[in-house]
Design a protein around this ligand. Structure first.
Ligand SMILES: [Zn+2]
Ligand SMILES: [Zn+2]
Length: 288
């Protein structure tokens, strides 16, 4: 069996691999449990996607005229090994097709290209959140140019498998929906909701006590100090490394800060009984 992919199908092949890798990195449905090992896959997904985007530009140029993918348009055969650079391909799309890659999109692409060069030839220094954002921007740009030249649907002719083809199209749409989200402390938030959540996180820190149902005042237990509290109470069986994390896996409170009572955090410990405050029933309200 022969492995033969034209430019467009080669671009799709990288795209598909990028999508699959992205899904593994994000681990849909269980974001707070995404491990470093999984998150690291964002880097590979990014490289694959930029490769795919570059090949898509070449496919478009090639469809316009086959010489447009060579550095020197007049010397196709002699110059065979030196295909057009990424930035030249962008400029040629603008100069030789009816489509225009806008200035702001061009800026994003050049930034992505620099990032890729660092990833492949140098070293890596970027926050996962930012990397994911760059990756999502790139997915959006891929979709944009693809829609213009080849439509919304990605038809993978070399597969000859409609079911699989539909699956990939659905996955791609899901990823495009992700652009409405932003990550905060490893969790997805709708962009419009994050500000509100941050405010509540902040104001929650002003309440240092709880009032019990018997009207007694108790100091709240901060994220990260639970294990000491359990030792004090001699409830060593409750000691767990989930309280040693940087952020609470349920309410996202930072280590050293109070859990989010309003968000019904299932990790917050009751200062009265040492049980789960969500279910023990000892507490009536928060207090300053
Ligand atoms: Zn919490
Ligand atoms: Zn209690």
């Amino acid at each position: 069996m022969e492995l033969k992919l034209n430019l467009r199908n080669n671009s799709y092949d990288y795209l598909i691999n990028s999508i699959d890798t992205y899904e593994k990195a994000i681990n849909y449905g269980d974001h707070h449990l995404t491990t470093y090992y999984e998150k690291l896959k964002l880097k590979t997904s990014f490289i694959l996607l930029l490769q795919s985007y570059e090949l898509m530009l070449k496919a478009i140029l090639y469809d316009k005229h086959k010489n447009l993918i060579y550095t020197n348009i007049d010397l196709q055969r002699l110059d065979n090994a030196h295909t057009v650079s990424f930035i030249n391909a962008i400029n040629r799309i603008n100069n030789f097709t009816e489509y225009t890659i806008e200035e702001k999109d061009k800026t994003v692409l050049i930034k992505c290209s620099k990032l890729r060069n660092d990833f492949i030839h140098y070293q890596v220094n970027i926050h996962f959140e930012q990397l994911r954002q760059e990756l999502l921007n790139l997915f959006v740009l891929y979709n944009k140019i693809h829609c213009y030249f080849y439509g919304h649907y990605i038809k993978i002719s070399h597969w000859k498998d409609i079911k699989l083809e539909k699956q990939i199209n659905n996955k791609f749409k899901n990823i495009l929906n992700d652009t409405n989200f932003t990550i905060f402390r490893g969790r997805d938030f709708l962009k419009e909701n994050l500000q509100e959540f941050k405010k509540e996180l902040e104001s929650n820190q002003n309440y240092h006590h709880y009032i019990s149902v018997n009207n007694k005042k108790y100091k709240r237990i901060k994220m990260g100090s639970e294990n000491d509290f359990f030792r004090e109470l001699d409830k060593v069986e409750y000691i767990s490394d989930i309280y040693e994390r940087e952020y609470c896996h349920d309410c996202l409170a930072k280590n050293g800060k109070y859990h989010m009572f309003e968000y019904h955090c299932d990790l917050e410990v009751c200062p009265v009984c040492g049980g789960q405050i969500l279910t023990c029933g000892c507490i009536k309200s928060k207090a300053e």
